[in-house]
Design a protein around this ligand. Structure first.
Ligand code: C2E
Ligand code: CA
Ligand code: CA
Length: 709
């Protein structure tokens, strides 16, 4: 395997060299003494960078500017940055982590820890993005995107008079299919699809797989036969023996401008498929003038959005949510509207996505939160009945390091409590950068906000992820209720509601338009509903009148007790805490009992007995070194003797000292945290370690699956 590069940025030449020395066996080392132009350097060869180690001892500002730039350009997701500092205290560490750094090491560091952490972090990223750069897709044997594009370019040159098209295929419910029928079924269907595609392409045509369920075809263009072929492909794919309709959609770009890069052509095909996303019954779309015009329209919107905010053209509407049990209003959602002077009254569908792309959404959302809070404040002042109001939080908001401060500032200014607001975070946000979102959402929950996962099941996230997320309420995507009420989708819906309830999440269904749907949801034990059947989103004065007229569940604002309870019940795996001092155990227990089932043992011998019986359920071990009867080292030695124990990450928690650190790692520790602990930092470590282990396990499962096909 090719060595990857690690970039070390440190103005202290001695530190830089010693770090380089440490890593040289495993990585190509690139050194720099400042951050100038470094992002550009990374940009040119991003796939070859495994990590950046950034020292901020002498110039925190420049260091953080670099982090910020890496984040803004989206590189930090691909190249992890580890921050080091000689000056930093815990606050600095937390700052760095919340700015997107993957880890923080205080100087002087222990070399073994550095190596171990770096490897952990790199493994974590690699596992997320493996398979991206090889020539052939190992699963299906089709071309990778790169190869596909260069071969297509060759063919275009070779046959200047043949008409060609790029066809991009997308399977709408792939993730759900995998969740319901297993990872294996997912792989099988991809292999099957690849075969079907191959069957339909002839000489001088190409077929590739981009990522996940996305295939790309390079075909000779003839509108009629292309349509026929794609129809047949959809039918044949649906012959695959799985108890679910497979929803495939194609975006077609007929190649007209051959000077464009094939990548850009593919992008047009992708843009095209996006126009029929979520549209039932439509599975073919051609790139056309409308898509081009859409791009022009978007430009117009961008030109006037800032003035619109200043001129108060945006309005906040409210739509009630009902408790199905008590039949009372139990909440509301704040939804923005744009009253444009020439374009008229616009729904969010026409601009939100665009604002998310260009970042303006953060400004608009701040306005919506602030306006919502000022209404609630007024309602309270007037003695009106109130319910918690959900506001939408876009993914861009959460990546903003000041997000928590901003929202707290808003509620403080209006003399409200976090309980007055629910935060709706769309499901897709969680899949892009789970690590960072989970961190932020955990903090929000601790502060007292109720978190709703919006649009759940819209096709991206995984049911497997569900129980790891710090949320309170699951809000089902409208498609579940509004799609055909056939037996299949019905049983999927009831399965998902059942699963959510089993995990102690409350469930909201939205888009409820008929009595029939309400009946169905009630039978499935869904908690809350929102939809036109009850009320459309309405302007604030109408909403006030509505609340005065209807039966309102005022207690629902006080959600705090519920949340605490939910946190406690949400335990999946076991955290085994091994420490002879009760106080140490208490600190760990109190920090983690909402997240794990906690088991405490006072020494290695007791712990070992417990592990023998329960190793399958243990998610992480927190291990002290110095204990009576059997110490931590001895326990690790015991565990090393049997392979079946190797799936449990061990985090050693002990007084530092190079000797014990080194010895711990030699004996198989996954990480080392020095006492006395900072709880917030331990959180981060535990999370990192568990994610790394999970990913590694998933990967090895995947590999075994692959070899079965
Ligand atoms: P969402 O968060 O999923 O909001 C629910 C959407 O469903 C709203 O559309 C609502 O008006 C609509 N709806 C409610 N009941 C029914 C029903 O019975 N039938 C049908 N067909 N639709 C129903 P709306 O207001 O057009 O908002 C669309 C999306 O725009 C929202 O989807 C949300 O993602 C986004 N959005 C709206 N306001 C904001 C905002 O202030 N900030 C952010 N970031 N996004 C917002
Ligand atoms: Ca929402
Ligand atoms: Ca929604």
């Amino acid at each position: 395997m090719n060595k990857k590069s690690v970039l070390i940025i440190d103005d202290n030449i001695y530190d830089r060299d010693s770090m380089a020395e440490l890593l040289r066996d495993d990585y190509i080392i690139i050194e720099s003494d400042d951050t100038d132009n470094i992002v550009r350097k990374i940009e040119t060869d991003i796939d070859n960078f495994a990590a950046v180690i950034l020292d901020v001892t002498n110039d925190e500002q420049a260091g953080y500017a670099f982090l910020h730039e890496m984040k803004r350009k989206g590189y930090i997701k691909r190249v992890p940055v580890i921050v080091t500092s000689g000056a930093g205290d815990e606050e600095a560490e937390i700052d760095a982590l919340s700015m997107g750094a993957s880890d923080f090491l205080r100087k002087p560091y222990n070399p073994v820890i550095v190596q171990k952490r770096l490897n952990n972090i790199i493994d974590l990223r690699e596992n997320v993005s493996t398979g991206q750069h090889s020539k052939k897709d190992p699963l299906t044997g089709l071309y990778s995107e790169e190869v596909f594009c260069s071969k297509a370019a060759q063919l275009l040159e070779e046959y200047p008079d043949t008409e060609y098209a790029i066809v991009y295929s997308d399977m709408e419910n792939f993730q759900l299919l995998k969740d319901l029928f297993g990872e294996n079924a997912g792989s099988n269907i991809l292999v099957y699809m690849a075969r079907v595609f191959k069957h339909f392409i002839s000489k001088d045509e190409l077929c590739g797989r981009m990522e996940a369920d996305h295939f790309i075809l390079f075909l000779k263009y003839d509108e009629d036969s292309l349509k026929d072929n794609l129809e047949s492909i959809v039918n044949i794919i649906n012959d695959f023996p799985v108890n679910m309709t497979i929803r495939i959609r194609f975006g077609i770009y007929k190649i007209e401008d051959r000077t464009m890069s094939v990548h850009a052509m593919c992008n047009r095909a992708i843009l095209t498929v996006d126009t029929i996303k979520g549209k039932y019954g439509k599975h073919i779309a051609f790139y056309d003038k409308k898509i081009w015009e859409q791009q022009v329209y978007e430009q117009e919107i961008v030109n006037c959005m800032e003035d619109a905010l200043k001129e108060k053209q945006f309005k906040v509407y409210f739509q009630p949510k009902y408790d199905l049990n008590s039949e009372r209003v139990a909440g509301a959602e704040a939804l923005v509207r744009w009253n444009h002077p020439t374009k008229g009254f616009m729904n969010p569908a026409e601009f939100i996505q665009l604002f998310e792309k260009n970042g303006f959404i953060t400004e608009l959302d701040k306005f919506v939160w602030d306006t919502t809070c000022s209404y609630i404040e007024e309602w309270i002042k007037n003695g009106y009945p109130i319910v918690p109001v959900s506001v939408n939080v876009s993914r861009t908001d959460i990546y903003n390091p000041d997000f928590i401060e901003i929202i707290l500032d808003i509620i403080n200014r209006h003399h409200l409590e976090p309980e007055h607001l629910h935060l709706e975070i769309t499901e897709t946000a969680y899949t892009e950068n789970p690590q960072q979102i989970i961190e932020t959402v955990k903090k929000l929950k601790l502060i007292g906000f109720v978190i709703e996962m919006d649009d759940f099941g819209s096709g991206y996230s995984s049911l497997n992820m569900l129980n790891e997320l710090p949320i309170d309420i699951l809000k089902l995507d409208m498609g579940f209720v509004q799609g055909d009420l056939s037996l299949n989708s019905n049983s999927i819906l009831s399965f998902i509601i059942g699963l959510a309830k089993w995990m102690d999440y409350a469930v909201v269904a939205e888009g409820i338009e008929t009595e029939e749907q309400i009946q169905m949801l009630r039978n499935m034990d869904c908690n809350f509903v929102q939809g036109y059947y009850y009320a459309k989103p309405m302007p604030p004065d109408e909403f006030e009148a509505y609340m005065l007229k209807h039966n309102v569940d005022c207690d629902s604002t006080d959600a705090s007790t519920d949340i605490e309870e939910l946190r406690f019940k949400k335990s999946q795996g076991i955290m085994l805490i091994v420490d002879d001092l009760a106080l140490n155990r208490k600190i760990l227990r109190e920090s983690f009992e909402g997240y794990f089932k906690i088991i405490e043992k006072e020494n290695g011998a007791e712990a070992f007995e417990y592990i023998k019986e329960n190793y399958k359920d243990i998610e992480v071990i927190m291990l002290d070194l110095v204990m009576p009867v059997m110490d931590g080292f001895t326990l690790m030695k015991q565990l090393r003797l049997d392979d079946k124990y190797s799936n449990m990450p061990i985090i050693v928690t002990s007084q530092g000292g190079d000797k014990s650190v080194e010895k711990s790692f030699e004996l198989g520790a996954t990480d080392f945290v020095e006492k006395p602990y900072n709880v917030r930092i331990i959180f981060h470590r535990v999370q990192n370690v568990i994610m790394a282990f999970k990913n590694a396990r998933m990967n090895s499962d995947k590999n075994t699956n692959k070899s079965n096909i």
